[in-house]
Write a protein that binds this ligand. Structure first.
Ligand SMILES: [Zn+2]
Ligand SMILES: [Zn+2]
Length: 202
């Protein structure tokens, strides 16, 4: 499902059979009602074939696999020329970094006026934005459950522990209703000036 080495998720594509995309190619992320162990997310993503498709991703794959924290991941150890489980290497590193106060993903919560750590399962909408290729990202805050829109780089989304030093923030408090927010998001994204904020977490 997720490949740590290429940082890509694999999905079915009606045209190509299989396709693999980065997190930044996701367009909508919605938690399916009901399924809880694990929670399942419905993802609409922009496929390399030019169309958008819908796929399902389990919570573990969405949040933990990019950190090497899912089961069964392996890598080729060039020192021993053996395929070995990723767990020890990646897990140790990821846990040490989180303990040191580094977060795999973060965003700026506008209603709370502060940066916060987050996981991809709290991303709601992603849209390619400005000519520089940055991404408009609507995030549901895990702390206050309100939605903020940040303007970030692809790396900020795709690479765990890569957090942009500065990001754009739309100065607007969004309604919590997702359907309405989707329309508002599009309107704001393409019309708003983004206010630059620093993403330093304490
Ligand atoms: Zn496709
Ligand atoms: Zn918040």
């Amino acid at each position: 499902m997720y490949d740590v080495l290429t940082t890509r998720y694999t999905f079915a594509c009606p045209a190509r059979g299989k396709t693999s995309v980065r997190l930044s190619a996701f367009r909508e992320v919605d938690r399916l009602p009901g399924a809880a162990h694990p929670a399942v997310f419905r993802v609409r993503f922009a496929c390399g074939c030019g169309e958008d498709h819908v796929g399902l991703v389990a919570h573990d794959d969405l949040d933990w696999a990019p950190l090497g924290l899912d089961d069964g991941a392996t890598f080729l150890n060039l020192m021993t020329a053996r395929v070995e489980p990723l767990d020890s290497e990646f897990v140790d590193l990821a846990i040490r970094r989180i303990q040191a106060g580094e977060w795999p993903w973060s965003f700026f919560c506008y209603p709370e006026e502060r940066p916060r750590p987050v996981f991809p399962s709290f991303f709601r909408l992603l849209a390619p934005s400005a000519p520089d290729g940055s991404i408009g990202l609507a995030v549901l805050c895990p702390a206050c459950f309100r939605i903020s829109i940040n303007l970030v780089t692809h790396e900020h989304v795709d690479l765990p522990f890569h957090n942009d030093a500065e990001i754009g923030v739309v100065e607007h408090v969004f309604a919590s209703d997702t359907a309405q927010t989707l329309e508002e998001f599009r309107a704001r994204l393409y019309s708003s000036d983004f206010d630059a904020r620093r993403l330093l977490l304490e």
